[in-house]
Write a protein that binds this ligand. Structure first.
Ligand code: HGY
Ligand code: MN
Ligand code: MN
Length: 411
């Protein structure tokens, strides 16, 4: 059944088949970057891209590109896509809606025999989530020159395996140079991963920009000792300092103003035993805001809090900023193209900025960029129960089809 510009049934069947790859009992997916499930998902996608008569290329970072020629071979392509790696036990929609939605746009153009003026290039970026290998948006970050290839290949997971080794092992270390092409513009369809569209009762979000964010790695080093006989005034407890810094993150965001958010998401305690005073704790801090100054101030403040907590407890400490992305607005013309596409499709929409990071953050540094959001039920994401109503996925893909078609025609 075709609604608007795309074939909802075909798209749904493909989405369900893809969701079965690395599916979890609770209805999510476990397809972290370069894992066995991610490899199977990649293989499936490459097969589907080829069936859609796309010319498939894989670059040095394992980014997967599918190209459809236009009538003007010299014209810069319209690029659109997202990512297919997931959180550990994450949601089925995060990233995948943007990649399979892009493929559905290609299939629908094929159905109609439409030849666009400009070439089209759809893409699945590697390592967007940044949970197994930090930082996130690594594939698009190398493509846009934010990171160099060697840095990316050396990223290690918690077992000490490197990104480069894993990319080689799964056969996705391609030979297409991972560097920016002349791209006419970039669109990304994505689930909102927040509550605003659902609260507003709208299917479409026209995204005007993405929060800036900072990721910090903190390490406290104290002294393991017996939890029983060691008097409290003789302790150097790495976890107590961690708890104090975590409270400080919360108080900084409470007073940091505006949309500042802060999270301590990953904590490794050693030796992590019930009757041993924690000797070492390594943990992460994630600050975000659409105001770059607010993120800078939060990072400066937490550096002080880390030092004070270490002093109070008599600990060694290290703090390293492992990633910093600036917030910056998307391209006005691309934003208006998405808004007009939503109007032409008959969807009400609102304009908003994204609290989640996306590959579009980096594409925005090399090509005019904007995004299309569709609602997340209960604002849930990065969780197996992540869910978006299918008609909203279709609506977003409809808008993507129109926005891409608009930009792919040369007047
Ligand atoms: O962290 C993020 O916002 C994205 O999911 N990588
Ligand atoms: Mn995502
Ligand atoms: Mn995500």
């Amino acid at each position: 059944m075709s609604t608007g510009s795309i074939d909802s049934r075909r798209f749904r069947e493909r989405f369900d088949e893809f969701s079965a790859i690395g599916a979890t009992e609770a209805g999510g997916v476990d397809r972290p970057s370069l894992s066995e499930a991610n490899e199977r998902a990649r293989d499936t996608l490459v097969e589907w891209f080829r069936e859609a008569e796309l010319t498939v290329t894989i670059d040095e970072m394992g980014n997967i590109f599918g190209r459809r020629e236009g009538s003007d071979p010299d014209a810069d392509p319209v690029m659109f896509g997202s990512h297919i790696d997931s959180q550990y036990n994450g949601g089925r929609y995060d990233g995948v809606v943007g990649v399979l939605g892009a493929l559905e746009v290609i299939e629908s153009l094929n159905d109609r025999g439409v030849v666009t003026d400009r070439p089209l290039e759809i893409v699945a970026w590697s390592n967007e989530e940044g949970v197994r290998f930090q930082p996130d948006m690594l594939g698009s970050g190398v493509y846009t020159g934010v990171f160099d290839l060697e840095y990316a290949y050396e990223r290690e997971d918690k077992d000490g395996t490197t990104f480069g080794e894993e990319l080689e092992r799964i056969g996705y270390k391609g030979d297409r140079p991972c560097e920016p092409d002349d791209v006419h513009c970039y669109f990304e369809l994505h689930v909102e991963q927040g509550p605003f569209l659902e609260q507003a009762g709208l299917s479409i979000g026209v995204v005007e920009g993405v929060f800036g964010f900072s990721w910090l790695d903190v390490r406290f080093e104290g002294q393991a000792n017996h939890a029983g006989p060691t008097p409290m005034d003789m302790r150097h407890d790495a976890f107590v300092a961690t708890a104090e810094v975590t409270r400080a993150v919360r108080s900084i965001t409470a007073t940091g103003g505006g949309d500042l958010v802060g999270t301590v998401g990953s904590v490794d305690v050693w030796p992590n035993a019930i009757n041993v005073i924690p000797e070492r704790v390594e943990f992460t801090i994630d600050f975000r805001s659409y105001d770059n100054g607010a993120v800078d101030a939060a990072v400066d403040r937490i550096r002080e809090e880390v030092e004070w907590a270490a002093d109070r407890e008599g600990l060694e400490y290290e703090i390293e900023e492992i990633m910093r992305v600036d917030a910056d607005p998307f391209d006005d013309d691309c934003i208006e193209t998405v808004a007009s596409a939503a109007e032409a499709s008959g969807y009400e929409y609102t304009r908003l900025v994204s609290g989640a990071g996306h590959d579009a953050n980096y594409l925005n540094t090399v090509a005019p960029t904007s995004m299309i959001f569709v609602p997340s039920v209960d604002g849930i994401s990065h969780r197996e129960s992540e869910y978006t109503e299918w008609e909203d996925v279709v609506a977003g893909t409809d808008v993507l089809y129109r926005a891409v078609s608009e930009k792919a025609s040369i007047r």
